[in-house]
Design a protein around this ligand. Structure first.
Ligand SMILES: NC(=O)c1ccc[n+]([C@@H]2O[C@H](COP(=O)([O-])OP(=O)(O)OC[C@H]3O[C@@H](n4cnc5c(N)ncnc54)[C@H](O)[C@@H]3O)[C@@H](O)[C@H]2O)c1
Length: 316
């Protein structure tokens, strides 16, 4: 009897959510206001982090910018201040260092207040074949691309829970939902970041903290320099994305409280096909799209651009 009742309720809920999504397609959901919110962006010193900071400033949000690269971060700070009458605070922080994340987070709480939108964006890529990847680079990928998310959540989530208000944003990657050759440590760390953010999303739902939102972002390659040299065979299906376009999409997804943002849309089709095609068919598709050779001419960022982390310094 319970099974019949439970299944009936499930089908009813499915129908409700289906109708709701149709209605939102016709009358788009309104965007939330973020005036006066405190937005923390890690890795704000260049690329997506900088572009998002500028966009949030023009929407009236106060900003806390973290980066290991102080010059880049100060430049973002200057550009953001030009955009609006908002407060912008720049901090040097090596997010791969747990103690440093907690120390700088305490400074932020004292000097700025409780962060209400947390964007875990800082990331690094090694881009080597697995056996050529030095151990400390594997550690660096995990320390920054995922473990830093644990520490920032620990630092800022308690105040969000207390107020039942906030937004957690994870910048994962297409490499966080599909394995790509030549990116073993990056893929593994981005899968982990995705899993962490999704798990916390569910944990907060179960705790009925419904006013704390989550957005998980998985873009394909973007022209920021991080994946310099990477190629695509069919740009119409898998384009190398423009940073400005991606940053705007992320900001929109946050304002519309969208949980998943996978870019470009074709990636959703590829992920669906991955579930239903045989592995040989999937490999054929990967080769057809040129994904198997996309890392062949990878150059990435020079170490000097990223600044050396504590972990790297220890190993040099
Ligand atoms: N560029 C792409 O093709 C692409 C694709 C998918 C996902 N992503 C993800 O998007 C995010 C932003 O990447 P981007 O393309 O803007 O790259 P980017 O290199 O322009 O920006 C990364 C920022 O992180 C900072 N950073 C590096 N190490 C740090 C550390 N230890 N502590 C604090 N800051 C540190 C860098 O100084 C830099 O400002 C990353 O998480 C990346 O993995 C990028």
């Amino acid at each position: 009897m319970n099974v019949i009742l439970d299944t009936g309720i499930l089908l009813g809920r499915f129908l409700y959510y289906l109708l709701e999504s149709v209605v939102y397609k016709i009358i788009p959901k309104g965007k939330k206001s973020i005036v006066g919110e405190i937005v923390l962006i890690t890795g704000a010193g260049s690329g997506l982090g900088r572009l998002m900071a500028i966009k949030f400033a023009s929407l009236g949000a106060n900003l806390v910018l973290w980066d290991i690269n102080q010059d880049g971060n100060m430049e973002t700070c200057r550009l953001a201040k030009e955009k609006g009458d908002v407060k912008v605070f720049a901090y040097k922080c090596d997010c791969s260092n747990r103690q440093e994340v907690y120390r700088v987070a305490d400074e932020v709480k004292k000097e700025v207040g409780d962060v209400t939108i947390l964007i875990n964006n800082a990331g690094v890529v090694t881009g080597e074949q697995f056996l050529n990847t030095p151990d400390h680079m594997v550690e660096r990928s995990f320390l920054l691309n995922v473990l830093s998310h644990f520490w920032t959540y620990k630092a800022f989530l308690p105040a969000m829970i207390k107020a039942n208000h906030g937004h957690l944003v994870c910048i994962s990657s297409a490499a966080g939902v599909a394995g790509i050759n030549g990116l073993s440590d990056y893929c593994a760390s981005k899968f982990a970041a995705f899993g962490f953010a999704e798990s916390l999303y569910l944990e907060l739902k179960v705790q009925k903290k419904t006013k704390i939102k989550t957005t998980i972002v998985c873009p394909y390659f973007i022209k920021t320099g991080l994946f310099e040299g990477c190629t695509t065979k069919y740009p119409l299906l898998l384009p190398i994305l423009e940073p400005e376009y991606v940053a705007q999409k992320i900001v929109n997804a946050i304002l519309e409280e969208q949980v998943y943002l996978i870019m470009p849309k074709f990636l959703n089709v590829a992920l669906l096909l991955k579930q239903i095609l045989s592995t040989d068919m999937m490999i054929a598709l990967v080769e057809y799209l040129g994904v198997d050779t996309c890392m062949a001419s990878f150059r990435g960022r020079k170490k000097a651009d990223e600044g050396q982390t504590e972990t790297e310094r220890k190993h040099l």
